[in-house]
Write a protein that binds this ligand. Structure first.
Ligand code: UDX
Length: 444
């Protein structure tokens, strides 16, 4: 079968997935209700920063593989495999907002009504278990007046890409999860992925709701691993000369544990872990199960903020009128994304306690300006940021911060006090002529 792909929603997942397909020479038609995003893409620009993304976009356009549809109906009519990758933001109570999923599903259902040929619909957005079978399927059937499993297919296929490495993750996934409404739908999607990855990636086939849960289970596990190592880090700080980095390295060598996601620090942020963990907790409680472990993961993550502020206070005493340099604002390096970034609550609390804040980030300054306006000072470089400050706090481990050496802090700061909340410096080098405190580092 030859695949003509469409992707509805060009947020992070939608656009990176589309460009993963075009990079493998599959013509892909995209559509989004937000016309400003489509216009940016028409001009070869990405609506968000992601390394190499614009290069992939340029190649795809040059090779005539990237088609931008003006209407959703056009995207459905000209293709036979549609991925729904619209956003599923959180509601105030932590549950997910299915507004965009419902909107897209209804529009797709209407478009399917006049189609004569089989069409496979695939949910890529993160949705809580039961959503595809209880909400998407009935809406598609109602609006198309067709039967799911017979006239059109339906699968749930979660995405595991990480920001900063998104395209590479799409091109080289660890695994592919196919939740299927029926065997024909699952067979079709499996055939597509086998062709796309030339049979090199393990494929797990299951039902729709299990596939939905796998995505949450994956993210909740990784978040729990981070809170676990942060717990060990906090214990290390109570033990003279103990260092969480050595502990993480050692336990990571046990291949039952693996070294990944054992970087202690300020904790996790971003558009996925906090939202997905909260959604899974609320979902479980609605089903009358209290997920104690997941609640603890969340609590430990929140506590890392106060824990870090206490590290600062330990050296500075009162924060009133002290100037603190914040290096890094994005939720992790190689992105300008500040959604749920640890920098935001840290800065808010420091401001509340009377500190003056100076910040620098290689990519996220425009986003930070929208949040903090003129409450804080924005520097043009890391060195300018630390100049004449009382304390420097590393919030995001951008590679350029790793190049700073003790003399840079000694020369530029009022007093060289460095709080390394992402463990990017070598304690042996940094504890000699300056005050260096780090998460997970016992008294040296
Ligand atoms: C995550 C998942 O990794 C991805 O599979 C899913 O599809 C979306 O959510 P992402 O949010 O892009 O991806 O970032 P990730 O690299 O997982 O990091 C999330 C947060 O955890 C960041 O704030 C990062 O700084 C933090 N983190 C990560 C740690 O604090 N320690 C670690 O060891 C790893």
């Amino acid at each position: 079968m030859s695949w003509l792909i469409s992707v509805i929603g060009v947020g992070y997942v939608g656009l990176c997935t589309s460009l993963g397909f075009t990079a493998k020479s599959y013509k892909t038609t995209i559509y989004d209700n937000d016309k400003s995003k489509l216009n940016l893409l028409r001009n070869g620009l990405s609506p968000f920063f992601e390394p190499n993304l614009e290069k992939y976009l340029q190649d795809a356009k040059q090779n005539k593989l990237f088609v931008i549809a003006n209407r959703l109906k056009e995207a459905i009519n000209t293709t036979n495999l549609t991925f729904i990758a619209v956003g599923t933001p959180s509601k105030k109570n932590g549950t997910i907002n299915l507004k965009y999923i419902k909107q897209a599903t209804k529009q797709i259902g209407k478009a399917l009504k006049t189609k004569k040929t089989y069409h496979l619909i695939v949910i890529k957005s993160t949705v809580t278990p039961g959503t595809t079978v209880n909400i998407v399927k009935p809406l598609l059937q109602e609006y198309s007046n067709k039967k799911c499993g017979q006239d059109f297919g339906l699968c749930m296929n979660p995405e595991f890409l990480s920001e900063g490495t998104a395209i590479n993750d799409t091109l080289n996934p660890y695994q592919i999860i196919i939740g299927e409404n029926d065997k024909k739908s699952g067979d079709a999607l499996e055939a597509f992925y086998k062709q796309l990855h030339q049979n090199t990636v393990p494929i797990i086939r299951t039902n729709l709701s299990t596939a939905e849960l796998i995505k949450y289970a994956n993210n909740a596990f990784l978040a729990t691993k981070i809170s676990y190592i942060n717990t060990i880090a906090n214990i290390c700080e109570k033990i003279p000369r103990a260092d969480v980095q050595t502990v993480a390295k050692a336990i990571g060598l046990d291949n039952r544990i693996s070294p990944k996601f054992l970087r202690a620090g300020l904790g996790y942020g971003g558009s996925c872990f906090p939202k997905d963990l909260q959604a899974l907790i609320v979902f479980s409680k609605q089903k009358n199960y209290k997920p104690t472990l997941l609640e603890a993961t969340q609590k430990v993550n929140n506590q890392q903020i106060n824990h870090t502020i206490n590290l600062i206070k330990k050296t500075l005493g009162s924060l009133s009128n002290k100037t603190i340099a914040i290096l890094g604002l994005s939720f992790k390096p190689h992105t300008n994304d500040m959604r749920e970034a640890r920098s935001t609550p840290i800065i808010k609390q420091l401001l509340n306690q009377g500190a003056k804040i100076k910040v620098y980030d290689p990519k996220a300054l425009p986003n930070a300006k929208q949040i903090f306006k003129n409450q804080i000072t924005y520097a043009k470089s890391a060195k300018q940021c630390i100049t004449n400050t009382d304390c420097t706090l590393i919030v995001t481990e951008w590679p350029e911060f790793k190049k700073l050496q003790p003399p840079d802090f000694i020369k530029h700061m009022k007093q060289p006090i460095l709080i390394d909340a992402r463990r990017i410096y070598d304690p042996q080098k940094f504890t000699k002529n300056m005050k260096y405190l780090a998460i997970g580092l016992g008294k040296q």
